[in-house]
Each structure stands twice: as structure tokens, then as C-alpha cells.
Design a protein. Sequence first.
Length: 149
Amino acid sequence: MNNKIIIINGPNLNLLGEREQSQYGTITYTELKQNCINESKKLGLIAEFAQSNIEGEIVNTIQNSIKKFDGIIINAAAFTHTSIAIRDALSIFKKPIIELHISNIYKREEFRHKSLISDIVTGGIFGLGSDGYILAIISMQKLLNNENK
Ligand code: DQA
């Protein structure tokens, strides 16, 4: 059954609720994690929620996901704009990948306009707040069941 997904979060997302509420809202990392796990369960998915501030740890998590998970949802945070290593690791994962950003990166500083992963992922969501995670989970469930239109 294709129902195991991992939601990977990059640097500083552990401080959601405390950091830049105007960009990222008031939801805490713990609340977001619980919402994602609940929504996944409702849709018949088993979700793991991961976060690291360390680029190499994220690369390791992606590599380890190849055998363990059927899909990846990733908010690589600042590494989106800088990490060829994360891009290369994602390229090795031959199953659905959804890129996610809480804020609209194209409305912000110019250095955030470039994502090094957008052209190798299945699809992306940005600028819809933390709801984007729920939308990503719904889309991932459809992708894994070949129900996406
Ligand atoms: C972010 C956008 C990035 O530019 C930023 O570095 C983040 C969060 C978002 O979710 O909007 O840390 O990925």
C-alpha cells in the first residue's frame, strides 16, 4: 500500500509560533505537527513529521526515505534557496515530492524568489499559510492513489 509519507521541515521551522508571525502565523510547530498527523490519519496515510536545522541531516533523512516512504512533502525553508545537496538528494527519490512554503516567497526579498528544488518536484504550494501543509497532504494522498487530476 502506498500510504507512508514524510513531511520534512528545514531550519527555524521548529520556532513556528514565535518567529515572524506576520509571515508564518501563530500556529506552533507542535500544533502543526499534530494537525498534519491527524489529517494524514483521516486520509489513510501514515505520516512522519521531521525537522532539522542542519543541511546534512536533511540530506540523510531524504536518503533514508527512499526505502521507507512513498512520498515526501518538504518545506526546506532557507535551504530551498541555497542547497544543491538537498536538491540532489530529492532527485534520487523517484516518487511524489511536494514543495511547500508557508509564505509567498515571490512576494518577499529577491533572494527567496529562486528555489533550487521547484523544477525537480512533482508540484508545489506557497503563500497559503500553514493550511498549505493540509492541502499538500490531500494532494499527496491523491497522487499516491493515482487520483490527481
Ligand atoms: C519558508 C520561506 C523561506 O524563504 C524561509 O527561509 C523559511 C520558511 C516558508 O515556509 O515560507 O524559513 O520556507
